[in-house]
Every structure is written in structure tokens, then in C-alpha cells.
Design a protein around this ligand. Sequence first.
Ligand code: PLP
Length: 482
Amino acid sequence: MNYHSTRNHTLTADAAKAVLQGLAPDGGLYITDRYDGFDWQGTLRLDTLGMAKSILSALLPEIQNMDELVERAYRGRFETDELTPTVRVGDKYVLELFRGPTSAFKDVALSMLPQLITASKAQEAVSDEILILTATSGDTGKAALSGFRDVEGTKIIVFYPDAGVSAVQKAQMVTQEGKNVCVCAVRGNFDDTQTGVKKIFAAGVPGDCGVRLSSANSINIGRLAPQVVYYFKAYADLLREGRIALGDKVDYVVPTGNFGDILAGYLAKRMGLPVGTLVCASNQNDVLTDFLKTGTYDRRRPFYRTISPSMDILVSSNLERLLYLLCEDCDEVAAYMRKLNEDGCYTVSQALLEKLHAEFSYGCCGDEETKRTIGRIWSEQHYLMDTHTAVAWRVAEDHKSENPVVVLSTASAYKFPAAVLSALGETVSNDEFEVMHRLHEVTGVPIPKALAELKNKQALHTDVIDREQMQSYVLSKIEAWK
Ligand SMILES: *Cc1c(COP(=O)(O)O)cnc(C)c1O
């Protein structure tokens, strides 16, 4: 029983149960700080899939046959079995996390999660179908649909904010094929959508409906664990290149929304990887910048739609896990979360703030500067980056450090072609697919095949609802699937 709720030590679960449940019963998140028998140095000598096997076995020890699950999830599914290449750009490194089937970093986790869930389901002898409910700011939805499509014993419903995703992201989702998939737009922004999904989890579904809810959002530990792997992979790449010696520290700059990606970096550090500073990069929605600076988390602020929509988030769920790991006091975490819920803000203790400052740095970057960065790096380095990566790159430029710096690149530029093309100083038409091809003409960078093919695909999912209707929508789908 390694896992327990961030808000209550006595609500425990083994890894299989934690993966199946998603959220702990009290609304907390499952967390562990035990990685029994994990050999971080030995792990660095393995290839990427070997690292995944080693790390996931340590993080999720009760899930059996991990080697086979990893093979099934990844072998042949990415552009390369290296999964996430590290590329040198100027004086920094870019860790390319977007070489998977849907061209966003979420593929790394969401290729693996269906394997973890179906294995846990079999192990726990659960006969109910698992219904994955997901709120998406754009990329999780498609990656989850692709991962769960036609996976035996599972169904998936994806909710996305109707005006909060790019045309390409939307086209990726509404054209999704598969017997067990459903996609629905919700009027509102991502936080509204995520809150709606959390409410459905809190209310639950009737016990006799033959369906159990689970989550593909990074509140699920099975979604977070696979992300730890690429921090090791990047470190191993720098070792192999001779850029560092074993034990040297490396800083990672992470374009952050729900705080899942960067938290995985912190888990890598707790597992032994010599991580220096983790730099949290935000866009104009800079709630995390303010929090890391002052210790006050205040979500009572305007919400901005930016050109890096996957980071347009004011309530970063995984921060709760970090708070727990730093203070190791469930009551303290529960009190912060209660305050956030009731007042919309909380302030952490001075002791906790000092610990935060020892591990993390921060920075933010608005849309105009993001675009200027994309244009500048293209002209200076001939490297094409997407809007989210550009936010992180810009923040990395202001990060002063002796350590090598790895910037995490979370999406292909072709997922946000309009913003990227205009950043290169080109005029942009209203047709995002035309823009995609224009971007290819201008840069010569290949368009990922699945994105190029989208244009000819038919929209299969056209539902649009209000957020108050989300719960009844789910229940009606469960009925219809019977
Ligand atoms: C989801 C996402 C992020 C943010 O990751 P979090 O784990 O939510 O912090 C950044 N960039 C892209 C492209 C994403 O899809």
C-alpha cells in the first residue's frame, strides 16, 4: 500500500487501485515517496524502453508484467523507439516530446495509461467497464482518444472547451474513430470543463450501471509516472554526449499548465536523478509565477486565451502533490485545498516557501514575446518550435545557471500552425490546414503524417453542451452504451 491521499494518510491504495480510481475518495491525489530498490544509475545505462520498464516498476510496483506493458505501449508507435530525442539548439538542449502518434507530449503518458489501466483491471478482477472521463485543454483529449481507442473493457468521453482549442486540435478530436469513444464540446473555458469533470467524479455513477469512472488527466498517477522517464532519458543523452559527468546537475525548463509535467521532473529528482533547478514557465496566465514568487496561490484573476492554449489554466491540480512532497503533512495540504475551494486562494507557510525556492524557479512570457521568440530562434538557429515550447525557451533565456539547460518541447509546431506562421512574419489565412501547408513551404520542416491527413477526415462528434449538462450527458451515454 504505497499510495495514499495527499489529504489523508489513512486513505491508502496500492498502485493498481490508485490507477483505477484516479482521484482518492476524499478528493485528494494519490502520492507515494517510496521507490524501493530503484537503481537510478543503472537505469541511466538502459535504452529508453528499458528506462521506462525500470522507472515504472519502481513507481507502480504492484502492477505486474511491466516489461510487456511497456513494449505494447511504445514499440513501433513513435517516430523512433528512442521516443523522445534530445536536440542541441544554440547553447541549450531541446527535449522533443512530440514524436508520438498525436504530436503532443501527452502521447508519452497516454500511450502507456491504457496498458496500466487494463492490467490493473485484470489484476483487481474488476468486471465493470472502465469509463475514462477527461477534460482537455486540447492535447490530452486527442492523445487519450488515440490511446484508448478500441481498448477492450474501456470507454472514453472527452470534454473540451468549445472555444479554447486550436482548429487543428479540434479537428484531431472530432474526427476520432473507434467504437468506444465520445467527444463533446462544453461552453466555457478549460477550468470550467475540468471543474465539471471533477464534480462528476465526486458525485459518482450508480453502483449497478456496470461502469466505473477513471481519469486520464494528470490527477491519475498512471498518467504521471510515464513522464518521469524522459527526464532520465535527457540526462542520459547529455552523459553519452560527454556534456556532463555522472552526478552533475542539469536544469529543466518546463512549459507548465496543470503542473503534471514539471512534477514528473521533481519525482525524477526524488528518485535520485541529479536535477538542478526545475524552472516553471507560464504564459500570460501566470498564477504559478506569482505563487512560486510569493507563496500565495490566487486563482481570482482574469483568465486569458493565449496562443499556447494547453497552458491556459488557473487551477493547476498537480501542485497539490508537490505541496505534499515538500511538507509531508496531509492536514496542512488539506487546509490549503479547502481554502482554495472556499476563498479562491491560499498562502503556504514560510517553511514551505523556502523549500519551493530551493527546488524551483519560474518565469512567464506573453503572446507577443512568444511569437518574437519563435521568429528569432527560427532565423538564428533554424529550429522551429511551437508556442508552448517558445514560452519555455524565452523563460530559459532569463534563467541564469552554471548547469546545462534542457527545455522541454511539448508539441509540434504544426499543432498551432497559425500562431507559428504569423510569428515567422507570414500572412495567415483563415483555413488552418492551408496555413499548415504554407508553414511547410516556408520552413521545409515535415508535417507529421497524422496531421497532414486530418483535412480529409469527416467530423464524427458534433455535440455541444453547457457545463451544467455534463453530468446528465455522461449518464445518458452510459445508458446508450448498455
Ligand atoms: C498539456 C500541455 C502542457 C502543460 O503540461 P502540464 O502537465 O499540464 O503542466 C504544455 N504544453 C503542451 C503542448 C501541452 O499539451
